[in-house]
Write a protein that binds this ligand. Structure first.
Ligand code: ZN
Length: 238
């Protein structure tokens, strides 16, 4: 649940690594209601801060959980986080102009931030497994990621790499309460049939290994989600 949304800086013009669409989405009252609505059942309490200004240089975004002193030094902002809430400081949308700052993309960016936070200590062995499932043949891992995942990006095949699947799954878990992945018996194998030679390999002995990786991945995302609330009392810089 989002308890408060604050804007810092000049939000009248695009720039400072926010597109016109970002501004439209964020400052529009209806969109703010939508943002609050999307997070209302997620089980974590938030306060959102949106920073727009010149201090969002490389090395100050997607930094993970920080204390108020760090935020004061790097952004000149006085943010006093509540002990029972995560304060999220959105510093830019440098990711890609293709993906405006929707409620989902904000959750996706939170995932990037916690994955870059060394203190959060995230270990994700299943990702290596998925990446190397077909050996080092470039392209299949992305294809496989899209076949396994159930998010919009997987359906539209816009995932750029397996790592992005993780962030999508975190967003899915945070906003819907569940991670949903396709298992080999159903759609993954069906999609492969007749389309490429890997189907033969997958059919002849590998489905169990892939299913094992899929289950692992699911558990890893749930684990990260369960650790996420340790960030209460801190500022998540995204
Ligand atoms: Zn991403």
């Amino acid at each position: 649940m989002i308890h408060d949304i604050k804007f810092h800086g000049d939000w009248k013009r695009p720039g400072n690594r926010y597109s016109e669409l970002d501004l439209k989405i964020l400052t529009n009252e209806r969109s703010q209601h939508r943002l609050i609505d999307k997070y209302k059942n997620c089980g974590t309490d938030f306060k959102f801060h949106f920073y727009k200004g010149t201090k969002n240089r490389w090395g100050t975004s997607l930094e993970g959980f920080k204390n108020p002193e760090w935020v004061k030094t790097h952004f000149g902002l006085d943010i006093q986080p509540d002990d029972d809430k995560i304060s999220v400081l959105v510093t830019n949308n440098i990711g890609s102009p293709k993906y405006p700052l929707t409620p989902w993309i904000i959750a996706h960016r939170m995932s990037h931030a916690i994955f870059r936070d060394v203190s959060f200590d995230i270990y994700r062995p299943s990702m290596m497994g998925i990446d190397n499932f077909f050996g080092w043949r470039v392209g299949y891992e992305k294809w496989l990621g899209c076949a396994i995942g159930t998010t919009r990006s997987c359906r539209k095949r816009t995932l750029s790499r397996t790592g992005e699947l993780y962030h999508e799954l975190f967003a899915q878990c945070l906003l819907t309460g569940r991670v949903r992945l396709n298992h080999v018996e159903d759609r993954v194998l069906k999609r492969m049939r007749g389309k490429n030679p890997e189907y033969i390999h997958l059919r002849d002995g590998k489905p169990e290994r892939l299913n094992h990786l899929i289950n692992m991945m699911e558990n890893e995302v749930y684990h990260v989600r369960s650790k996420f609330d340790c960030g209460c009392g801190k500022i998540l810089v995204v």
